[in-house]
Design a protein. Structure first.
Length: 229
């Protein structure tokens, strides 16, 4: 008998009990178990704040693995030591499908040309802070970034930040951006528990290697950078 069983009669208790069963079924390695608990605690907090809403717990991400009609096999990542990256960025808020990423990159490029910041090696990045399966769509935060190699100061909606260097697992993916969700599912449900790696407390970011306005969706190339200790 676990301490979860006595709470099974309440909605919150049922959730905690099923999370406990989920953790037992997953059997994560010691190095990743704390991260699983931290992520699942976010889900518990979200549910606790929506106890008066109608929710189908059976279909919650923590309880049920999603399936995709597209067969996908995750390739092993490259392990790299990354140097710090200075980026200009525009913060966007809202559901990913509703955001104007091309228009935001265009604004950033206008800033680069206006300030004569162009140099070789400018990269297009996206930093993502929130899980859309847990966070309300109106509160999802994204930073649309360009890597800049010249001194730069923020102005207006253009801000400046530094992406910390260090150890990253870099996953390469080719295909439509709409399928990136299943790539993340494979990283966190399959690769991470088996890898023995431990996440750093930093957001993941993506690098876009070709232009979506000139490239067929199935040929788009994306690199996903997962920060590790």
């Amino acid at each position: 008998m676990t301490r979860y069983s006595k709470h099974k009669d309440s909605k919150k208790g049922k959730l905690r009990y099923r999370i406990y069963l989920y953790l037992c079924a997953m059997k994560p390695k010691t190095s990743t178990k704390e991260d699983y608990i931290r992520r699942i605690s976010k889900v518990v907090e979200y549910i606790n704040n929506h106890l008066n809403d109608e929710m189908d717990l059976k279909n919650h991400i923590v309880m049920k693995q999603e399936t995709s009609k597209t067969e996908f096999k995750l390739k092993a990542p490259k392990m790299i030591e990354l140097e710090n990256k200075t980026v200009i960025f525009i913060r966007l808020t809202g559901a990913y499908s509703e955001l104007d990423f091309p228009g935001t990159f265009a604004k950033s490029w206008h800033f680069v040309k206006e300030r004569k910041l162009f140099s070789a090696g400018i990269e297009h990045l996206g930093i993502y802070y929130d899980d859309p399966k847990v966070t309300e769509s109106a509160k999802i935060r994204s930073d649309v970034c360009l890597v800049i190699r010249k001194p730069v100061q923020p102005q207006g909606e253009i801000d400046v930040q530094e992406i910390p260097g260090g150890k990253y697992a870099v996953f390469s993916y080719q295909g439509a951006y709409s399928n990136l969700g299943m790539v993340y599912d494979a990283i966190f449900a399959e690769w991470l528990p088996a890898s023995g790696c431990e996440l750093r407390d930093l957001p993941i970011f993506e690098k876009y290697c070709n232009d979506p306005t000139r490239t067929a969706p199935e040929k788009l190339k994306t690199e996903i950078y997962v920060p590790l200790k």
